[in-house]
Unconditional design. Structure first.
Lengths: 399, 119
């Protein structure tokens, strides 16, 4: 059984597992697929607990609940990221505090965190942009000293490494995304929260699992004898949760993808290397810096484009030139969260967010170019990298 | 393609066929016509509603519905006493207060007369 196109996204055991799931009366469904995926991820990544959910955003929301974030609290989050980190904070009634980033790595700046910590700070959300971990050790040290929880938004980073540790194990809690464009996907949506702390795992699972009181940190201990439940006096719920559970069908796809995670991430890194070589030596392109001891899992290959200042060619003009030569469309970084309409046109928030709060993030955001690395044919990827190289040479590699 | 395994199974219609097509990620149909959209359009047509929005659970749908209706802090939301907790959960998540109203003893559904009597 296989999928027709060998370059398709789901060319592992996805169909086999999904067929097994659909065969509802068979032994293949004895052990829940969600539990299999959770156990596989926690064993392989090396975290004590893994809680599957329906998206990375849901995982962040669960994490916020797990560590007790509530009204009046402040949560530090980077100025360069997408809005969902702040959404999770807002939904708990807390206030996101946006902090500037390091220009070379795009990671949240420890010095800026220090300046923004107050008595109300309860958590720091770090974001591993494009597959590169942030400099976590000084943040963990600071957090420990202040009694603050650290949550790593690892939506774009799986199998990336930081000083010998692997993404998903760097902070108190970490969240992966299995959305459609991520390294691996559980169909088209999905996520996973990882932690070594039992209390967080229990609280996260209950919050994302509509508050069933018998839920535990590990998967698979959630079934009760029917005779216990089939009782009018049986009380089920002790947490005001939401339903963020991953579906079984989704987990079956996710498991087949996760089994090939090494190959899938390896291919992204190989594609990133092609693009990296294409831009090498160009003085108006500064690739995201990968410090010694880090391994970028390359959700994308990205760089800061300085062509507007140095060549007089805008971001959009460069984009069009590349596409005209046969390149694929590439992405920009998201508008910094606090300048999105959702934070500019809403009077309900506790804080006013203004332009200039994170100058590096605001400047970088306009210049970043993100090239996809999920080509499933390396020869096509090489062609695209060659086109980028030719365009750079045409414009002049050194200015 | 393997067909239905067990005629008494839960998914013995076109589930496997559709899933197999959905997994064939490079096809035209998958690029151009999302399955979620198909499900929504079919559902809306079948039940006769103008719009249908697929979500990941009934609880999520209730949450989205209360948000859509503008329910917020300080509001009250009336709901039946005999139901599961999720109706109340989503009310609480929006900062509103669930007001439980008793049921009609024959239908077990919320009693319209008792709703009127709520102050």
């Amino acid at each position: 059984m296989s999928i027709d196109d060998k370059h398709g996204k789901f060319n592992g055991k996805e169909l086999e597992y999904l067929s097994g799931f659909l065969d509802s009366e068979s032994d293949s469904n004895e052990k829940p697929w969600v539990q299999q995926l959770e156990e596989s991820v926690s064993n392989s990544i090396g975290s004590k607990y893994a809680v599957a959910c329906n998206s990375g955003t849901s995982g962040l929301h669960m994490a916020m609940y797990a560590c007790g974030i509530g009204p009046g609290d402040e949560v530090i989050t980077p100025g360069l990221t997408v809005v969902m980190d702040a959404y999770a904070v807002i939904h708990m009634g807390a206030t996101p505090i946006f902090v500037d980033v390091e220009r070379s790595t795009y990671g949240i700046s420890v010095e800026e965190i220090k300046k923004n910590i107050t008595d109300k700070t309860k958590a720091i959300i770090t974001v591993s942009l494009q597959g590169l971990s942030v400099d976590m050790d000084p943040i963990l040290e600071l957090a420990k000293e202040k009694g603050i929880v650290v949550i790593d938004d690892s939506a774009q980073n799986i199998l990336g490494e930081y000083k010998g540790r692997v993404a998903g194990t760097l902070a108190d809690m970490s969240v992966f995304s299995f959305e459609n464009k991520k390294h691996i996907t559980s169909g088209s949506e999905g996520g996973m929260l990882l932690t070594d702390i039992e209390e967080y795992a229990v609280r996260a699972r209950k919050f994302g699992g509509i508050g069933y009181k018998h839920m535990t940190a590990s998967a698979g201990r959630t079934s009760l004898a029917l005779s216990d439940v089939q009782d009018p006096d049986y009380e089920r719920f002790d947490t005001i949760g939401l339903n963020y559970r991953m579906s079984e069908a989704s987990a079956a796809v996710g498991l087949a993808q996760f089994e090939r995670i090494g190959d899938i991430v390896g291919r992204r890194i190989a594609v990133a290397k092609m693009f990296s070589e294409a831009v090498a030596g160009c003085n108006w392109i500064a690739p995201q810096y990968e410090p010694e001891g880090y391994k970028n899992s390359h959700y994308t290959f990205s760089f800061e484009y300085k062509g507007l200042d140095m060549l007089g060619i805008s971001w959009k003009e460069f984009y069009q030139m590349y596409v005209d030569m046969g390149g694929d469309g590439f992405y920009s970084a998201c508008v910094v969260p606090y300048l999105e309409p959702v934070f500019q046109n809403n009077e309900n928030y506790n804080k006013v967010y203004t332009k200039g709060m994170c100058p590096i993030a605001e400047d970088l955001q306009k210049k970043i170019m993100q090239f996809k690395t999920n080509y499933r044919s390396l020869s096509i990827a090489q062609k695209k990298a060659d086109i980028l190289e030719a365009l750079i040479d045409k414009l002049g590699r050194i200015k | 393609m393997t067909n239905v395994y067990n005629p008494f199974g839960k998914f013995n219609g076109k589930e496997l066929e559709y899933v197999t097509r959905a997994l064939d990620s490079e096809t035209k149909e998958n690029r151009e016509f999302p399955w979620v959209q198909r499900f929504e359009e079919n559902f809306a047509d079948k039940v006769g509603s103008k719009y249908a929005i697929a979500v990941n659970s009934g609880t999520s749908g209730l949450h989205a519905a209360l948000y859509a209706a503008g329910v917020g802090a300080g509001d009250e939301v009336i709901q039946p006493a005999t139901t599961v907790v999720m109706d109340a959960y989503v009310t609480c998540h929006l900062g509103a207060v669930p007001v439980f109203v008793d049921i009609d003893s024959r239908s077990w559904n919320i009693d319209a007369r008792k709703i009127k009597n709520q102050k």
